[in-house]
Design a binder for this molecule. Structure first.
Ligand code: DAH
Length: 341
């Protein structure tokens, strides 16, 4: 039995020292020290020994076990150390390697224009708003003094959402005018940005979804002169300090008087070129002094408070700004197009 133990000791110790990895080491532990392992098998024969032999043999068996356990622990520590070394080696960072360029996204041309306008109006003390795209006809039409039977309310032009024409996809950001007037104490200076919808066929200059900006000012003593001053200042900030503008009479149900505003083509200075389609002028927006009925319907006293408003299509502004010839490109989300801006 003594020889068996000694043989076990030398065999197992060299096996443990040579174990290549943790799995091999665990397998050896089962083989030598496990319940059905070699050491247990030898100890089972203890019963056959005489009472004199037993203590010495027991002592030998214990010291073999202790030696073996120490060898297992030592080999485990070695293997762990080596694994850590290998990991540090493989994860080493070579700071001299050239970096990989990440492809960062950037603003959509529409957002460039929208953010630029927001900057301009925040600078003039305006609050920025958006408001619901799914809207009540009341706000989109009635409260804007656009009564039943008005051509803008036709089913052929507007996406109604119910048979009674009570809800719709807003056709203009003007729908926010009564919403702002009824909830806000004056004075009001609001700039609204957002999507609008009309039943237009898609082509190079039309889309059933488009963006508008709405401006609204309500205060004491607001006049058409304020409107001109404000919009001229916007044009100067957008197109340069020498920009020439003109205001043409027009009709909108919710403003009185109403006008359209053009800027002299910044490209050709009014001579006529492809940018202005030979006109010399570029139509920018519709505007006016807010109709007293609109104020009244939203609980603002038209005798003490007057206002001004304007609405501007943003796609055309972006297309001019970036020389984009086809509106559809803006919404197709083809990165080959978007990457250019
Ligand atoms: N909502 C009008 C449109 O979509 C534009 C407009 C005209 C807005 C005059 C206004 C305004 O606020 O006063 O054509």
């Amino acid at each position: 039995m003594k020889e068996e133990l000694e043989k076990l000791a030398s065999e197992s110790l060299s096996a443990v020292a040579a174990a290549a990895d943790m799995a091999a080491l665990d397998a050896l532990r089962v083989k030598y020290l496990g319940k059905k392992g070699a050491l247990t098998a030898i100890l089972k024969q203890m019963g056959k020994l005489s009472a004199e032999e037993r203590p010495a043999m027991g002592q030998l068996a214990n010291s073999v076990r202790a030696e073996l356990e120490a060898a297992f622990d030592a080999r485990r520590a070695e293997l762990e150390e080596a694994a850590l070394e290998a990991r540090l080696e493989s994860e080493a960072l070579d700071v001299t390697l050239p970096g990989k360029r990440t492809r960062a996204g950037h603003k959509h041309p529409m957002d460039v224009v929208i953010d630029e306008l927001k900057e301009i109006f925040i600078g003039m003390g305006f609050e920025i708003d958006d408001g619901p795209e799914v809207e009540f006809s009341t706000y989109n039409f009635d409260r804007l003094h656009t009564e039943e039977g008005h051509p803008a309310r036709e089913w052929t032009d507007t996406f109604y959402l119910d048979e009674n024409s009570e809800t719709l996809l807003r056709t203009q950001t003007s729908s926010m005018e009564p919403r702002i007037m009824e909830t806000r104490e004056g004075p009001i200076r609001a700039a609204v940005f957002g999507r609008c919808y009309r039943k237009d066929e898609v082509d190079a200059t039309h889309s059933p979804m488009f963006h508008q900006m709405e401006g609204l000012v309500v205060d004491r003593h607001i006049t058409f002169a304020d409107l001109k001053g404000l919009l001229n200042s916007m044009a100067a900030q957008l197109y340069g300090p020498d920009t020439v503008t003109r205001f043409r009479p027009h009709h909108f149900p919710f403003t009185e008087p109403s006008c359209e505003m053009d800027v002299q083509c910044p490209k050709c200075g009014g001579k006529g070129c492809p940018t202005c389609k030979g006109e010399g002028w570029i139509e920018l927006l519709g505007a006016g002094v807010t109709n007293p009925h609109v104020h009244e319907m939203s609980g603002i006293d038209p005798d003490t408070h007057s206002g001004l408003a304007w609405g501007m299509g943003l796609e055309r502004a972006a297309m001019r700004r970036f020389k984009i010839s086809d509106l559809r490109l803006m919404f197709e989300n083809d990165v080959r197009f978007l990457e250019q801006f």
